[in-house]
Ligand binder design. Structure first.
Ligand code: ADP
Ligand code: ZN
Ligand code: ZN
Length: 758
């Protein structure tokens, strides 16, 4: 029953005023107060959406709080148009988390809620709109209706066809109608003519998955001792917050540990939310979970259309899905019965959102697990230094799986010193020789090159001119299939020049090596074996990667060439040789995380070799074979490398031993960008050293990528050993910077705990 304000005296006195405090989609870092709707028929709760007037627009916001006092003068207060949800979309733990996140990441609260909602809910559609059903309008003259409709629609064959379709089916959902090729506009036309009507039926009650349905199918593996211990730790207190690092080498059976903990949760009627990296959510990954659990498993990722996304979201929220697998933003999916949170490959960069609301899904996941009282597992073969630090500090329980489940020991990384060698298109003789041996033995090989395209630079052999993107002041990559120059920073592409823009010479050459060039070269070297390339260009469209992986899955000898897309999770039993062509860039990166990222990538790629019964080999070509990081990866392990890196970070007072925030300013006019960044720096400088709370400000400095997509970029780095001090300083800086006069077209943003310093 709809309630009016007067009808529930227990919760509202007639005199007590109520105001809705609403998160509104806008770049403003604040909430807005509204009055209840004039004819208030729906009880509103924090977490319900409202349609509201905002300036001259009508937008959808979310009530964050209902309060009895407001600072807004009565004359300025406007009522909401309508309350859109009887039941709140978010519980109080999620509401607090989202507000905390807005505050911590200095992000407008409206943007935070926008990130947490599927687009269709953001647009104000009802949660039940999936159940929108169409029927013929009731007509007292029944039989004559069909005839009159036929006459009426004589000149509108499409409408007539749709009319007949609905008549035949008696009742159809909007979705079913869309599947037959009829969109909303045509439905509306029939509705305007009063020929069909729409019923918003309540969705059929969904069964809560029952704890008996999930029963694990298939093989019951005998767990290793280490797996046993990890599972025991996770299952010891399954209904309480606890954070765990599952630190297990590739192939050590981390997924099996996740699944045992998930089975325990499902048997308690609790749901499991699994986050995976963007390129890790392959059909193979999903299949492992759907084959194992008989409860509904839903996914949330960028490949879904909006109806599918809403359906998954709804199934998570109403409790009908037992397992929810998704990428970064799936973290915000409400769960009817939160059981466990799992972050697979927790070190992966895709868990950090790079624009807009720049949150870390991994870090927020720990907050969420705490707020909702559930265990959280961060799993990786190469944990981030932040997570390792938390484990050492005792915040996370450190669970280790140090052995691969395969009976053979893992392949050591063999360094091939190419400082003095002549290379053929980037390949040493050793590498080519080894490829030949493995192929001839009937095995598969992986060549890892972290650069797509043909070659990173085109240059004129006469005058030395190089292809450069004017908008980014960066080199443009040469592509051969199709032939173009492409900027990997802003995405523009141009035709390959016929003659040098500088000296008109027609003699060009390329410098360096990309996947396309390697593909061509290796095909010429090994004409009788298939060469399969996997990178973002070759896998455009959903099926590309699958097709390539299926081919490799046939286990015939071949060479697989690819970028970091191949570093993740794929399991190729017949792959015995991995060649990493060039990892030297990471050794001397300007980014302090350069070595960490390089070590993670190398370890993950190396883990693709010899995962089953055949012994694997890993070659890494380098000009810096004596470098301590390479020596550590080759002779020791990622664990020893990371321990040493942590020492270095401690000495340099870098994260995780200090906290960073990056203020970025971008404008088409270089002077404007520099001037605004300087003004922000001045705000900081106005504080006394006491007020600065030990926060160090570095800059303004040009960003490592000084220009990108036509915008000049300047940045300020804030650093502090105390997170709270950094937060206080940021609050001051951001609220005052918002008052600064901003030149038109200039944009500035804050990135808290930045991952990428470019
Ligand atoms: P990770 O995620 O740690 O790289 P996976 O979970 O993918 O490892 O496991 C690698 C392979 O080992 C899979 O084929 C899996 O089925 C198998 N496996 C896992 N646990 C065991 C076990 N206890 N005994 C035998 N094989 C196992
Ligand atoms: Zn030239
Ligand atoms: Zn560019």
């Amino acid at each position: 029953m709809p309630q009016t304000a007067q009808s529930s005296p227990a919760t509202r006195s007639t005199s007590a005023k109520q105001y809705y405090r609403v998160a509104v989609p806008s770049p403003l870092r604040r909430l807005f107060d509204y009055l209840p709707a004039k004819s208030d028929t729906t009880t509103a709760h924090p977490g319900s959406r409202v349609r509201i007037p905002f300036g001259a627009r009508r937008v959808t916001g979310v009530i964050v709080d209902i309060v009895s006092e407001t600072d807004v003068p009565a004359s300025k207060l406007r009522p909401v148009d309508a309350v859109l949800d009887r039941e709140p979309l978010f519980n109080s733990a999620m509401l607090s988390l989202l507000q905390w996140a807005a505050n911590y990441y200095q992000s407008p609260i409206g943007e935070v809620f926008a990130a947490a909602l599927p687009a269709r809910l953001r647009a104000g559609e009802g949660l039940t709109s999936l159940e929108e059903n169409w029927r013929l309008s009731a007509d007292p003259l029944e039989n004559s209706q069909a005839e009159s409709a036929t006459a009426l629609l004589k000149r509108s064959p499409r409408q007539l066809a749709l009319y007949r379709l609905i008549a035949e089916n008696r009742e159809m959902s909007t979705e079913a109608i869309a599947e037959q090729g009829f969109g909303r506009p045509i439905l509306r036309k029939l509705q305007e003519r009063d020929l069909v009507e729409c019923h918003h039926d309540a969705p059929p009650p969904r069964p809560h998955f029952s704890s008996h349905d999930f029963l694990a199918d298939g093989e019951r593996l005998q767990l290793t001792n280490e797996q046993e211990q990890a599972v025991a730790a996770l299952n010891a207190s399954p209904t309480q917050f606890g954070s765990y690092l599952l630190d297990g080498v590739t192939g050590s059976g981390k997924t099996e540990v996740y699944m045992r903990a998930m089975a325990q949760q499902l048997s308690l009627g609790r749901q499991c939310l699994v986050l995976v990296p963007e390129i890790g959510l392959t059909p193979q990954t999903i299949a492992r979970f759907t084959e194992r659990f008989r409860c509904p498993v839903v996914t949330l990722h960028s490949g879904l259309n909006e109806s599918e996304r809403l359906a998954s979201w709804t199934a998570a929220r109403d409790g009908s899905a037992g397992v929810i697998i998704g990428t970064r933003s799936a973290l915000f999916t409400p769960l009817a019965s939160p059981g466990i949170l799992i972050i697979d490959e927790e070190h992966d960069a895709s868990f950090k959102q790079q624009d807009g609301f720049k949150y870390s899904a991994r870090d927020l996941a720990v907050m969420r697990a705490h707020a909702e009282g559930m265990p959280i597992v961060l799993g990786s073969a190469t944990p981030s230094l932040e997570t390792l630090h938390n484990a050492i500090a005792g915040k996370f329980t450190h669970l280790r799986l140090s052995n691969s489940t395969a009976s053979l020991p893992r392949a050591a990384i063999e360094l091939v010193d190419v400082a003095e060698q002549h290379l053929q298109e980037g390949f040493s003789q050793t590498a080519l020789q080894r490829l030949r041996e493995h192929l001839e033995r009937g095995n598969q090989c992986l060549v890892f090159i972290n650069r797509r395209g043909y070659a990173p630079v085109l240059h004129c052999t006469n005058c030395g001119w190089q292809s450069e993107c004017d908008d980014c002041l960066a080199q443009m990559t040469v592509h051969r299939t199709p032939p173009r120059l492409r900027c990997h920073h802003c995405g523009i592409s141009v035709a390959l020049p016929k003659s040098c823009p500088n000296c008109k010479s027609r003699h060009f050459d390329t410098i360096g090596l990309g996947t396309q060039k390697a593909e061509r070269f290796l095909q010429s070297q090994f004409p009788s074996f298939p060469v399969i390339r996997v990178d973002r260009d070759s896998t455009r469209g959903k099926a590309g990667l699958d097709r390539a992986l299926t081919k490799v899955g046939e286990e015939k000898p071949c060479i697989l060439i690819g970028t970091q897309m191949l570093a993740k999770g794929h399991h190729f039993p017949n792959m015995t040789l991995v060649i990493i062509l060039d990892a030297d860039g990471g050794l001397f990166s300007a980014d302090f995380r350069g070595q960490e990222h390089m070590a993670q990538l190398v370890t993950q790629v190396a883990g693709r070799a010899g995962r089953a019964k055949k012994r694997g080999e890993v070659l890494l070509q380098t000009k810096h074979a004596a470098h301590a990081t390479l020596q550590a990866l080759s002779n020791e392990s990622y664990a020893q490398f990371s321990a040493r890196q942590l020492d270095e970070r401690l000495n340099a007072k870098l994260p995780p031993f200090s906290h960073l925030a990056l203020v970025r300013v971008e404008a088409s006019d270089a002077m404007a960008a520099a001037g605004f960044a300087e003004a922000i720096a001045q705000l900081s400088a106005q504080l006394s050293s006491d007020e600065r709370l030990g926060v160090e400000l570095i800059g303004p400095l040009p960003a490592p990528m000084e220009k990108r997509a036509g915008k000049f970029r300047v940045q300020l780095l804030l650093k502090s050993e105390r997170r709270g001090s950094l937060q206080d300083h940021l609050n001051y800086l951001v609220s005052n910077s918002e008052q600064l006069k901003k030149p038109p077209g200039l944009r500035w943003s804050v990135d808290v705990d930045p991952q990428d310093m470019i």
